[in-house]
Design a protein around this ligand. Structure first.
Ligand code: NAP
Length: 256
């Protein structure tokens, strides 16, 4: 029997088969879950095509996490397919690479910073609350971060957004714990996805991981990250919330 047998899971943020969300959807299906995926805007048609590459073609929903109408309609959209959710995965981030990333920290304009914070951090709260009417005690919310306890080359304002995401997840854990809903993050090492490749200087981070990770690090393998997300979605972490699980080859535990 799979780890997620009988569970219904929404994975928000799948564009390509390189997306971490795609790997999560795949592992979740392999572990017995019924999966719905979402994306937004023009890339939605790509998501619909890519969805066919999963073991079972999932329902694809439209969800822009900055659009209140989409958020308000999410529960009804989901109910057209399943009557409840046991898990929600937030695999979403955006920061304008031309103004905010790759060494642009000191000049990053507020409007772009505000957008990055809304899409990458605040949206964990928005998505969770939009899905909450569908979630019973025992449900699990999992998001993806890149260690925001320190500064990095190139990551700049996305690092600030991730610090916001990490804090948002702890507050959600505080407020939703009494209702039996767990909220956790997986902190992944650098993975070659569209979002990552758009970061000018991303290869500097990749080089760091190549030389420093005790376990080594394959930046083309999304599966270890996806497996950790699925473990947190499962019933095997019943007393864990507000946690950040590192899937980074052990990099975070090294000093140099
Ligand atoms: P990805 O494939 O580009 O996924 C990011 C997703 O966010 C895309 O599907 C993107 O849609 C979506 N998105 C952006 N703005 C949105 C909005 N307003 N509403 C709804 N969805 C929106 O890249 P990824 O690397 O797998 O990223 C997934 C998560 O993992 C992100 O939180 C990222 O920060 C995190 N993470 C990534 C790495 C890494 O090295 N790749 C490491 C640690 C953590 P569009 O493609 O249509 O813009």
């Amino acid at each position: 029997m799979g780890l997620l047998e009988g569970k219904r899971i929404l994975v928000a943020g799948v564009t390509m088969d390189s997306s971490i969300g795609f790997a999560v959807a795949k592992v979740a299906q392999e572990q017995g879950a019924e999966v719905l995926i979402s994306n937004f805007g023009r890339a939605l048609s790509i998501t619909r095509r890519i969805a066919k590459r999963l073991p079972v073609e999932p329902v694809v929903l439209e969800l822009d996490v900055t659009d209140q109408t989409h958020l308000d309609g999410l529960a009804d959209q989901v109910r057209e397919h399943v009557d409840s959710l046991d898990g929600v995965v937030h695999s979403i981030a955006f920061g304008n690479p031309e103004t905010l990333l790759g060494g642009k920290f000191l000049d990053g304009p507020w409007d772009d910073v505000a957008q990055a914070l809304q899409v990458s951090a605040y949206s964990l709260k928005s998505l969770t609350m939009a899905a909450k009417p569908l979630m019973a005690p025992g449900s699990s919310v999992v998001g993806l971060t890149f260690d925001a306890t320190v500064s990095w080359p190139a990551y700049d304002w996305m690092g600030v957004a991730k610090a916001g995401l990490e804090s948002t997840s702890r507050y959600l854990a505080r407020y939703l714990g009494p209702e039996g809903i767990r909220v956790n993050l997986v902190s992944a090492g650098p993975l070659r996805t569209i979002a990552a490749k758009a970061i000018p200087g991303f290869s500097d981070l990749e080089d760091l991981w190549t030389t420093r990770s005790p376990l080594g690090w394959d930046n083309t393998d999304q599966e270890p990250t996806a497996k950790a997300v699925c473990a947190l979605l499962s019933d095997f972490f019943p007393a864990t919330t507000g946690e950040i699980v590192h899937v980074d080859g052990g990099f975070h535990a090294t000093g140099a």
